[in-house]
Design a protein around this ligand. Structure first.
Ligand code: MGD
Ligand code: MGD
Ligand code: SF4
Ligand code: MO
Length: 812
């Protein structure tokens, strides 16, 4: 560990202190030196004694679905060594929340030579990356002036807060756009155009509530009661990596129940990796067809739970089909070929679509039909496809058909839920602007805002958008370019600063999104300020971490509360007063914690929590079981669907399907049917771009966060996975530099030739840092997946189908 955390080999012992003095002096001198150099410079100047070590509690707050405690060892105002949670007995259920290699390398982020140190303004063309240092006053004045004139000229609807997820959790520092300090600021100043949905779960969060009224799953810890685990595109070994989080629960709970595990994924994932009983590779975007084939077997072999379907569901068969639905509009008719399409969804039919052999589909169906309880879950990979709304509801059909919903050891078909200690967040106040766009359609809203409508583009709160986006706030996110689709198209839209007139980016690094800032502000990191942060996905053990600033603020980096307060001040004394309510950051934290304590008196006091660093509590109800109350007493605990029941047939969706404007290759259906889609396995473009391609969430990074850390890059290389059959056809050997391209762009990356991915499919870790000459050939040498993805949204959620792409791969 020490090697990873201090491989530069600099002996911190020999360095001399003062960094308060040292960095002040340097800041005044205006030189931004890399960490090593700065320390050396200080050493030359001073003859002070080294200070004693202190250990400070921190947390890794990136958006990886876990949340890990860090213990930062600090000397001379520098973090020099990082360890993780060391409290408790460390037995399962009361275990330590141990960080992965990313969190343990945070010292390299904190002290990264390319960290932003001063406010800057753009001097070249937008996106060129040319900046000039300016004073905080100039930066804040410019922002306030631009905000005032935007609101005056176009109204508050022209101000947009972009989706960002750089900081998850936190009372104060949280970056979620609808819950951040930036949102509070805007709500004190007339509001802003907001968005619905996220890049994470746009399709499933939109679709699942039509079935269940919400999108809940059983706690992973509940697998200790399961006989069978079936995972559709769910890879917690990479996407829930913390030693305290979901991947550990999956392993430990299965150890207790000895449940078989079947992994359905185009890739042989790290979650499988020898721990699975069966890996079933599936063509991307075809899970709903597999489900239909399985349903056919369940129905024909009487393996469905008919009493459950009769009592709890709407639309399985004629008996419960709601009024107004067409004859034979029910699910059973769809499967048996008596519905509108007249096609029987036999295992043979499903096999041709999914690429899974017929006998494997039949065997899987029998296994799912007989193992009870079965934990059937999906990750969010299947729903990040262009037909993801249908897929997510379709996967839920398996637990519904087999009566596995609402019981211990079962699941709803959704991803896991978690126990959380609810924190009291900074109140963001109400947004006076009610108009919303989907989080994925912001580039459209810049390019053609006023042509966007409710029925075609998913505008909410109004029939159409009045004005295009003119001002963008981007706090702790890289979705301006790197994480949003079709970087080349976005570049063209943003280059024209008559369209969007002002982009404010608040960051720690010169990311590819930061290059598009007009004003770029250097933020403190969460580990450099005081905050309380709760767990993210953590099974049935919730916790709070009290972060203390590891070091003083260096250079001219400022905390987000200060930045937003100072903008508020420039918007008017009334705005400032409303925004701050006269409290400092510390006073806010104390104030919010007092509210938490009042609601939950079992919590430790503020001072106790600060001394403990981490406070853990097990779910008093044992395991979370989704829809348990409904299962036990459906009359008194109806679901939040219109009928109060599980809606296999959704009348609401039928209405949307009938009234929205859709393209020929887009399907919205009241039933969770399989439909092919643009750029799918059977799309005509496949003759030019024969490989289906998606970007998985990769252990080397959290999206793009930690993507600039050299040791992590070396440990987990950025590669494109390609099957030996496809590689051989193209003369590609393992490790070759290849070009991956389609009509939207081209990138360069090394090939990983491996049977761990099925033929006809390619994949690479998403989130690598885009690196192209945008005034030249635009070839992305950083191999950022979004050079290739489309801005065309999914039909219902208008979400990001970033896993649905067709490409060709050639030897470079
Ligand atoms: N092709 C493809 N694209 C995808 C996805 C995919 O699967 N495929 N996944 C999508 C998903 S699910 C998501 S959630 C998005 C994520 O997209 P983003 O929310 O953009 O996530 P990150 O890339 O982690 O960017 C977070 C940024 O926050 C900054 N940051 C971190 N800590 C701090 C801090 O303390 N202060 C400030 N000011 N900044 C900080 C980091 O430096 C980083 O630049 O990407 C989406 N994009
Ligand atoms: N290390 C790490 N962890 C992360 C993140 C990260 O960037 N890095 N990001 C975090 C965030 S914000 C999110 S939203 C989650 C994302 O979590 P997910 O969305 O679940 O992650 P993905 O890797 O996109 O997809 C999961 C799996 O689905 C598979 N898959 C793709 N398409 C299909 C399909 O059509 N059918 C089937 N059956 N499988 C398919 C992929 O091969 C992959 O193994 O992860 C979180 N955790
Ligand atoms: S990246 Fe996620 S799993 Fe890794 S240390 Fe940070 S919070 Fe924990
Ligand atoms: Mo996400």
């Amino acid at each position: 560990m020490s090697n990873l955390n201090n491989p530069a080999g600099i002996s911190r012992r020999s360095l001399v202190k003062s960094t308060a003095l040292g960095s002040l002096a340097l800041a005044a001198g205006g030189i931004s030196l890399p960490f090593g150099l700065k320390a050396a410079a200080v050493a030359v100047g001073g003859a002070l004694e080294p200070s004693a070590d202190k250990v400070v509690w921190g947390a890794c707050s990136v958006n990886c679905g876990s949340r890990c405690a860090l213990r930062l060892h600090v000397r001379d105002n520098e973090v020099y060594w990082v360890e993780t949670d060391n409290t408790g007995h460390d037995i399962y259920g009361e275990h330590q929340v141990r960080a992965c290699l990313r969190g343990r390398s945070i010292r390299r982020r904190i002290n990264h030579p390319e960290r932003l140190n001063y406010p800057m303004k753009r001097v070249g063309r937008r996106g060129e990356g040319k900046f000039e240092r300016i004073s905080w006053d100039e930066a804040l004045d410019t922002i306030a002036k631009s905000l005032k004139s935007t609101v005056e000229k176009y109204g508050n609807e022209a101000v947009y807060i972009n989706y960002t997820s750089g900081i998850v959790g936190g009372n104060i520092t949280r970056s979620s756009p609808y819950a951040s300090l930036v949102a509070r600021l805007m709500n004190c100043y007339g509001g802003f155009l907001s968005h619905y949905g996220t890049y994470s779960t746009a399709q499933i969060s939109c679709a699942m509530p039509y079935t269940y009224g919400s999108n809940d799953g059983n706690s992973t810890s509940d697998i200790e009661n399961s006989k069978l685990v079936v995972l559709f595109g769910n890879n917690p070994a990479e996407t829930r990596m913390s030693g305290g989080g979901i991947t550990y629960y999956l392993e430990q709970a299965r150890e207790r129940s000895n449940a078989r595990m079947i992994v359905i994924d185009p890739r042989y994932t790290d979650t499988a990796a020898g721990r699975e009983d069966e890996w079933i590779p599936i063509r991307p975007g075809t899970d709903a067809a597999l489900v239909a084939g399985i349903a056919h077997v369940l129905i024909s072999e009487q393996l469905v739970d008919q009493p459950f379907l009769d009592k709890y569901c709407v639309g399985y068969d004629e008996k419960t089909l709601p009024e107004g639905a067409p004859a034979n509009g029910h699910y059973k008719a769809y499967i048996l070929g008596q519905g509108e399409d007249g096609v029987e969804k036999t295992p043979r039919w499903a096999s041709a679509i999914t690429g899974i052999p017929v006998d494997r589909i039949i065997k899987l169906a029998r296994e799912i039909g007989t193992a009870k309880p079965a934990y059937i879950a999906q990750g969010w990979g299947p729903q990040r496809q262009a037909n993801g709304e249908l897929t997510s509801r379709a996967i839920a059909m398996l637990p519904i058909l087999t009566g596995n919903v609402g019981i211990n050891g079962g699941n709803s078909g959704a991803r896991e839920s978690t126990y959380t200690i609810t924190i009291e967040r900074m109140p963001v106040l109400e947004n006076p602007v009610k108009t919303q766009i989907s989080c994925f359609s912001w580039t459209d809203a810049i390019a053609r805002g006023p042509s966007m409508t409710a029925k075609r583009d998913g505008v909410r709160g109004k029939e159409k958008l009045e004005v295009p986006i003119k001002f963008i706030w981007n706090y702790a996110g890289n979705t301006i370019t790197n994480q949003h689709s079709d970087i080349n198209k976005t570049h063209d839209i943003l280059q024209d600063d008559d369209k969007c007139e002002m982009i404010v980016v608040i960051e720690n690094f010169m990311t590819s999104s930061a290059k598009y800032a007009d004003i770029l502000l250097p933020d403190l990191m969460t580990v450099e300020q005081e905050d309380i942060i709760p767990n993210d996905y953590a099974g049935n053990m919730g916790y709070l971490i009290f972060i203390q600033p590891a070091t003083e603020a260096k250079f001219e980096r400022r905390p987000i509360y200060w930045i937003t307060s100072e903008v508020a001040r420039r918007l008017g004394q009334d705005v400032y007063q409303k925004f701050t309510e006269g409290r400092t950051q510390e006073e806010w934290l104390k104030y919010l914690y007092a509210k938490m304590l009042a609601r939950d008196p079992a919590l430790p006091s503020y001072e106790e929590l600060r001394a403990m660093g981490i406070y853990k509590r097990k779910d008093p109800n044992g395991h979370f079981v989704a829809y348990k109350a409904f299962r036990e007493d459906p009359e008194n605990n109806p679901l939040k669907t219109p009928s109060g029941k599980i809606e296999i047939y959704s009348a609401n969706l039928a209405e949307i399907a009938a009234s929205w404007e859709l393209e020929k290759d887009e399907t919205i259906s009241p039933l969770p049917v399989y439909a092919s889609t643009f750029e799918g396995w059977d799309a005509p473009e496949r003759s030019t771009y024969p490989l289906q391609m998606f970007g998985f969430h990769f252990k080397a990074r959290t999206h793009s966060s930690y993507g600039n850390i050299d040791v992590l890059k070396a440990a987990c290389r950025q590669e494109v996975w390609i099957n030996p059959i496809d590689a051989q056809k193209r003369g590609i050997a393992n490790g070759d530099l290849v070009s991956v391209l389609n009509g939207r762009g081209e990138l360069r990356v090394e090939a990983k030739v491996t049977p761990r991915i099925m033929p006809g499919v390619a994949a690479m870790g998403q989130g690598a840092w885009h690196d192209a000459n945008m005034t030249g050939d635009r070839i992305d040498h950083g191999s950022c997946m979004n050079t290739l993805t489309t801005q065309r949204p999914s039909p219902l959620a208008k979400g990001n189908p970033q896993h649905t792409n067709l490409v060709e791969i050639k030897k470079a």
